[in-house]
Design a protein around this ligand. Structure first.
Ligand code: SF4
Ligand code: SF4
Length: 359
C-alpha cells in the first residue's frame, strides 16, 4: 500500500455538551463527561500538529462547541496555527458578545444547524423549547458581523417535505450555502429509525427539488445534498475512502478516521495525548485497517468499481451486515442487500423520539 496523502480536513469535537438533544445526533451513545475533555493547551497543540501535517480546514464541532468556555481561545490558537476555521453550531448558547469575540479571534466561517423551519417542529426535534427563536436571533447577528454562513439541515420523515422552505430560509438568513443531509442511521438515529426514516417518494421528490433549485439559484446559493444511498444499486465512496481525506478527534482526544468509527468494536483508537497526529495518521492500525484495497472481500476485490466506491461505508457494513469487512450491504451484489431492503420496509412509527442523552 502506498503512503497516504495528508488529510485535508479535521473535525474537532470539542465537547459532547449540548443544550439540544436531537434524536439523530451523530455523537456516540456513550457521551464523554466534561471532566474528560481535552484542555485548552492540548487542543492548541493538536491544531499546530494538524497544520504541520497538512490539514487546511478545521471544523470545530460538538456537541455544541459554544459550551466550551475557551472557544474564543481555541479559535485563536487554530488561526495562529494557520488553519481555516469553521464553527459548526446549533446557535443556542452563542451570544452577541461571543460572536464578536470570535470574529476578533479570526473565525472564518459559521455553519448553523436548523432542526426545522417552524419553532414547533424545530423545538420538538431538538428537544429544546425556545431553541428556534434563539437560533434565528443568532443568525441575524451572524449576518450583521458578516461571517460567511452555511445552513446545515439534517432531513428525515418530519422535515423532508419542507425542503423548498428550508432552502428559502437559507436565502432569507443570507447563507451562501446550504448542506442538506438525509439522516444517517447510526447510534441515536438507529434507535429512532421508525420515527425518522423518510419514504422513497420523499427522497425522490427531494432530489428533484434540489435539481430545480440548483438551477434557479445558480450564483446565489450553493446547495449540497447528501442523498441516502439506500435506494441506489451501489454504495457511495464514504469519506472518499477510509483514512484518505480527513480525521476526527473526540472530546477526550481519541483520533478517529470517521465520526462513526467507534461503532466498529474490533478497532482501538490512539489518543492524541499519547502519540503525535502524524504518527497516528500514517501508522495507526485503525487508520490502516481499511485503507487501499487489500482488506476487501473477494466480491469487491474483483469488481471494477472497487476504486470508485472503495467497497462503501465500513460503519454501514458493521451496522447492517454485522461485519466491518463485509461489502457494504447497499451494494446490489452484496449477500446482505436483503437486510437493507427489510430496513427500508420498517413501518413508520409515531412513538416518542429517543432523544440524545445529556452529558
Ligand atoms: S445533532 Fe443536535 S444534539 Fe447533537 S450536537 Fe448537534 S445540535 Fe446537539
Ligand atoms: S462489489 Fe464492492 S466494489 Fe463492487 S460495487 Fe459493490 S461495494 Fe462497490
Amino acid at each position: 500500500m502506498s503512503r497516504p496523502q495528508p488529510p485535508i480536513a479535521m473535525l474537532a469535537e470539542l465537547t459532547h455538551v449540548c443544550p439540544l438533544a436531537c434524536p439523530y445526533c451523530s455523537n456516540p451513545m456513550e457521551l464523554t463527561k466534561k471532566s474528560d475533555e481535552l484542555d485548552t493547551a492540548t487542543w492548541a497543540r493538536v491544531f499546530a500538529q494538524a497544520a504541520d501535517l497538512g490539514v487546511l480546514q478545521l471544523h470545530l464541532s460538538g456537541g455544541e462547541p459554544a459550551a466550551r468556555r475557551d472557544l474564543v481561545e481555541l479559535v485563536k490558537a487554530a488561526r495562529d496555527a494557520g488553519l481555516y476555521t469553521n464553527l459548526i453550531t446549533s446557535g443556542v448558547g452563542l451570544t452577541e458578545a461571543k460572536l464578536t469575540a470570535l470574529d476578533a479571534a479570526g473565525l472564518d466561517h459559521v455553519q448553523l444547524s436548523v432542526q426545522g423551519i417552524t419553532a414547533a417542529l424545530a423545538d420538538r426535534i431538538g428537544g429544546y423549547k425556545g431553541g428556534f427563536e434563539r437560533k434565528m436571533h443568532v443568525a441575524e447577528r451572524i449576518a450583521e458581523i458578516g461571517f460567511p454562513l452555511t445552513l446545515n439541515a439534517v432531513m428525515h420523515r418530519h422535515n423532508l417535505d419542507d425542503l423548498p422552505a428550508t432552502i428559502a430560509l437559507a436565502q432569507r438568513l443570507g447563507a451562501r450555502r446550504i448542506e442538506v443531509a438525509c439522516v444517517q442511521f447510526h447510534g441515536w438515529a438507529e434507535a429512532n429509525r421508525g420515527q425518522l426514516q423518510p419514504t422513497a417518494d420523499q427522497v425522490h421528490a427531494a432530489k428533484a427539488t434540489v435539481e430545480a433549485e440548483r438551477e434557479r439559484l445558480k450564483g446565489a446559493l450553493v446547495i449540497d445534498f447528501v442523498a441516502p444511498d439506500w435506494f441506489s444499486d451501489f454504495p457511495k465512496a464514504c469519506m472518499g475512502g477510509w483514512g484518505s481525506t480527513g480525521l476526527n478527534i473526540t472530546p477526550a482526544g481519541d483520533v478517529l478516521p470517521c465520526h462513526a468509527a467507534e461503532s466498529i468494536p474490533s478497532l482501538e483508537f490512539a489518543n492524541i495525548t499519547q502519540a503525535s497526529l502524524s504518527d497516528i495518521w500514517y501508522d495507526d492500525a485503525a487508520f490502516n485497517a481499511f485503507r487501499g484495497t487489500d482488506w476487501m472481500p473477494p466480491l469487491c476485490q474483483s469488481c471494477d468499481r472497487r476504486d470508485i466506491d472503495f467497497g462503501g461505508c465500513r460503519c454501514q457494513a458493521m451496522a447492517i451486515a454485522g461485519d466491518a469487512k463485509a461489502t457494504d450491504p447497499i451494494c446490489r451484489k452484496s449477500p446482505d442487500r436483503a437486510k437493507v431492503d427489510a430496513l427500508l420496509n420498517v413501518a413508520p412509527s409515531e412513538a416518542p423520539f429517543v432523544y440524545r442523552g445529556r452529558v
